[in-house]
Design a protein around this ligand. Structure first.
Ligand SMILES: Nc1nc2c(ncn2[C@@H]2O[C@H](COP(=O)(O)OP(=O)(O)OP(=O)(O)O)[C@@H](O)[C@H]2O)c(=O)[nH]1
Ligand SMILES: [Mg+2]
Length: 428
């Protein structure tokens, strides 16, 4: 691991422990890239310095520390403007990075599918585009400052920018094609209910997804393991099938632009009937993390999508803390995805919540068409069937919309007892 120094600023409204928390998180993040935050420096400021983010005295202090301790990089906990980064790199003998760059680098390493790769590359280009000048300056230094005249440098920069712009357009197009594919798949499952798992990174969304759907999504104790939205069927009961979607985790100080590039996650979230906001119950800063997630969701998608809090990792919590959490959040669900605690309650919650979209009725099929009987199961659940004199009577349970399709697809099927459409009407 390479030793680095982590830099934060403390504004008057910030608590000291809050800043330490941020830096703890930044340390976790940089460890993914083989850095170790051996030192931390925090400067109290009203607001960031326009030129260097921190004051000139602090820059000098950082420089001394880097030299004396042979540190390999300086990493800021907030996003630096392109000019701040340029100025700092001129004054410091090692590379200067910010939180956004670190997150982007982790994303690049983790991206596996074509879509995730395209999303990450686009996000990186958006970040690097205004900083392209810096890259050129870097090359200029490498070349020893000779042989490259300013004029040529400018020309090269223009070329670089044009290449970057073209590439971004191409990526936008590629991503739009994925969108079309998703739309088609979505149409095929319009009779299903969609629930998206959202939450901070590392709270156990993928572990829960695996438990409920027997999917084999990667789950690990690292940040940002999941980058793609993955959907699987969750058989809640014989009729109620839910499309459960696992999504990319959020983190504080994550630029919205970056989240916005995670389209697959966002479309799934925006089109969900319900969000399970998964929270790590054992984390000591639950409220801050919940707020960070709410902020991202609120700024990017319709806030009216109903959401329910699902506190995970209750196995790692003592009884008293769990009780107090339950008192604070009486409507939330409490589970341990890993230890399979509370999963039945979760199932029951979903059944109750969506039971009004299901309907029960009695159908009749005369003996001339009994072969259709075997197809009924594709539309819902056969609760009971009895053989009468001239045909089969079936008690049937299924989605209301699905029942309508069934009656259209099988005109020979008779609806003997109408479903309670009033109750159904209220839910739509
Ligand atoms: N103690 C405990 N640990 C859990 C539980 N559920 C998940 N974990 C652990 O938490 C870590 C993160 O789990 P993931 O399922 O990868 O979390 P995630 O929310 O999908 O994370 P990202 O994809 O990175 O956003 C893993 O080490 C899991 O084993 C639980 O109920 N209890
Ligand atoms: Mg995950």
């Amino acid at each position: 691991m390479l030793d680095v120094v982590l830099i934060g600023i403390k504004k008057p409204q910030d608590n000291s422990w809050e800043i330490e928390e941020y830096l703890d998180e930044l340390d976790l993040l940089v460890q993914n890239l083989d850095f170790k935050g051996r030192f931390r420096l925090v400067q109290k400021r009203e607001k960031p310095d326009v030129a260097c983010f921190v004051g000139s005295g602090m820059v000098e202090k950082i420089r001394q520390l880097v030299i004396n301790e042979s540190l390999k990089a300086v990493i800021f906990d907030d996003e630096l403007s392109p000019s701040q980064q340029r100025n700092l790199e001129k004054m410091l003998p090692v590379p200067v990075y910010d939180r956004t760059f670190i997150i982007l680098s982790i994303f690049s390493e983790r991206a596996k599918t074509k879509e995730a790769n395209a999303q990450v590359e686009l996000a990186r280009l958006k970040y690097e585009y205004p900083r392209l000048k810096k890259m050129w300056a870097h090359l200029h230094r490498q070349a020893g400052g000779t042989g490259i005249r300013g004029g040529e440098g400018e020309k090269q920069l223009e070329i670089d920018r044009r290449i970057a712009r073209r590439r971004m357009q191409k990526l936008e197009k590629t991503l739009a094609r994925f969108e079309v594919g998703r739309h088609t798949r979505k149409k095929q499952r319009q009779f299903l209910i969609n629930i998206a798992l959202v939450g901070y990174t590392n709270v156990g969304k993928s572990t829960l997804m695996n438990q409920l759907t027997k999917a084999h999504v990667e789950a690990d104790n690292r940040l940002f393991v999941t980058l793609d939205a993955t959907s699987r069927l969750w058989h809640v009961d014989p009729v109620l099938k839910i499309v459960l979607t696992d999504t990319v985790g959020f983190i504080r100080k994550l630029p919205h632009d970056l989240v916005a590039s995670f389209r697959s996650t966002l479309t799934e979230v925006a089109e969900a009937d319900l969000l399970f906001h998964v929270v790590d119950a054992s984390h000591h800063q639950i409220n801050e993390l919940m707020k960070a997630v709410d902020d991202v969701i609120g700024s990017l998608i319709d806030e009216n999508i109903p959401s329910v809090l699902v506190f995970n990792k209750v196995d790692a919590l003592n009884r008293l803390d769990l009780l107090s959490l339950k008192r604070q959040h009486p409507n939330a669900l409490f589970i341990s995805a890993q230890q399979k605690i509370g999963l039945d309650e979760l199932r029951r919650y979903v059944i109750d919540r969506f039971s009004d979209r299901l309907t029960e009725c009695t159908l009749f099929l005369d003996y001339a068409h009994t072969k259709n009987f075997y197809h009924l199961g594709e539309y819902g659940q056969i609760l009971h069937s009895s053989h009468l004199e001239d045909g089969i009577e079936v008690s049937f349970r299924g989605f209301t919309e699905r029942l309508e399709t069934l009656l259209r697809d099988m005109p020979e099927l008779e609806l003997v007892q109408e479903p309670d459409l009033e109750a159904v009407g209220e839910s739509r």
